[in-house]
Design a protein around this ligand. Structure first.
Ligand code: CA
Length: 235
């Protein structure tokens, strides 16, 4: 079960978010100020932090800076009533992964929570061990080192290609729609279009596939893409 820490000083809102996340199957906990939020996020293991910007003791911005300075890479979704673009940029620069202006609709919060927790690697994420490796057939991906190998050979990928492959390979055989991939890899940004997914799949195929073999990334017509769990049998 994914653990989520909600750092929010408005107790009523914190309880509401916690209840909604609980109904969706997350283990949600709350902290009511920046100091205790930071201390818990530094010492405990969470899959996501939902972090209010305006908090007593430490601001959300200070909390996220503190976490990143300590090299804690837990995904952070920032909430704020201040929806000016400068704030958003400042928050993202400080190391927040996503940003949601208040007031927000719960389906939107849940969509972002799903996208951000999908990106986390579970236990061993901050770790240095092989537990962090993702593999399907002869393709292995190391999210800590940011390395991809096919049959032991290094494959060089750009950051977006890596993120796309990581998303697909986390659940081999599962079909991902273009909009889910767009949401996960590109953060559902309005400036990109769904055909960017097709474009990046074509880049990945060029780098990953072998001549004469079916692609490891299979197109599911009218739906999206899936990563084949097994390499094709040699002919
Ligand atoms: Ca607040």
């Amino acid at each position: 079960m994914k653990r989520i820490l909600i750092v929010e000083d408005e107790a009523k809102l914190a309880r509401l978010i916690s209840r909604v996340l609980g109904e969706e199957g997350y283990a949600a906990e709350t902290a009511g100020d920046g100091r205790s939020g930071l201390s818990r996020a530094l010492t405990e293991s969470f899959d996501l932090l939902i972090l209010d910007w305006m908090l007593p003791d430490r601001s959300g911005l200070q909390v996220v800076r503190g976490l990143r300075a300590a090299e804690v890479s837990v995904p952070v979704l920032m909430l704020t009533a201040r929806d000016q673009i400068e704030d958003r940029v400042e928050g993202l620069d400080a190391g927040a992964d996503d940003y949601l202006p208040k007031p927000f609709a719960f389906p939107e919060l849940l969509a972002r929570v799903r996208a951000l927790t999908r990106r986390s690697w579970g236990p061993g994420e901050e770790g240095k061990d092989a537990a962090a490796q993702l593999a399907a057939g002869d393709v292995a991906l190391d999210p800590v080192r940011h390395e991809v190998r096919r049959a032991g050979e290094r494959v060089e990928l750009t950051a977006k290609e890596f993120a796309l492959l990581a998303t697909l390979i986390q659940r081999p055989g599962q079909v991902f729609t273009r909009s889910v991939l767009l949401d996960t890899v590109w953060g559902g940004s309005a400036e990109v279009y769904t055909n960017v997914v097709d474009l990046y799949v074509s880049y990945l195929r060029k780098k990953l596939d072998r001549n004469g073999e079916p692609s490891r990334i299979r197109t599911v017509r009218g739906v999206g893409y899936t990563f084949e769990p097994q390499a094709p049998e040699p002919r």
